[in-house]
Design a protein around this ligand. Structure first.
Ligand SMILES: [Zn+2]
Length: 159
């Protein structure tokens, strides 16, 4: 069930040239409308006549934001696609469990995994856990000892 060929190809650039052109065009139109409104309002001394230019400026800003959305949404789609592909690969390898009903991803620790703790800690950790890094007196702890001491398991490293 490997699908790196299509999903992981071209990971660096989430946009097609058409996406970039369309976004740049819409942002450009918005900036032109905003610029024209700025120019118009700067030459209008009557406060009440400035409203139409202000409206134009707001519309230009909104159009420019739509262009930016046109630019950012393909990137978000690409990230979601890659995330699903990575989770699928990790699930195939047995490294994660994915519960789609509650949108939870859990790391799976092999049954024979070794856990560690250090003096003063209330949790057991995997060897590579950041919470264990630099702690003095780190020692290996088995399941029986873990239960006897009443230690919990670290949720950060899913020990
Ligand atoms: Zn940990």
């Amino acid at each position: 069930m490997r699908n790196d060929g299509d999903v992981f190809a071209n990971t660096a650039i989430p946009w097609t040239p058409r996406d970039v052109s369309a976004a740049a065009l819409v942002v450009g139109i918005g900036m032109i409308v905003l610029g024209a409104s700025w120019y118009g309002i700067s030459g209008e001394p009557d406060y009440f006549n400035q409203y139409r230019w202000l409206t134009g400026g707001i519309a230009g800003t909104a159009i420019a934001y739509l262009g930016l959305l046109r630019w950012i949404l393909p990137a978000f789609r690409r990230v979601r696609r890659l995330e699903r592909a990575v989770l699928s690969e990790l699930r195939v390898l047995g490294l994660v469990e994915v519960d789609r009903t509650v949108r939870v991803v859990s790391l799976v620790l092999p049954a024979d995994a070794v856990r560690f703790t250090a003096p003063g800690m209330n949790l057991a950790h995997r060897a590579d856990c950041a919470l264990l890094t630099g702690k003095p007196g780190v020692l290996e702890i088995g399941d029986a000892e873990l239960s006897r001491r009443g230690l919990g398991r670290c949720r950060m490293c899913a020990s």
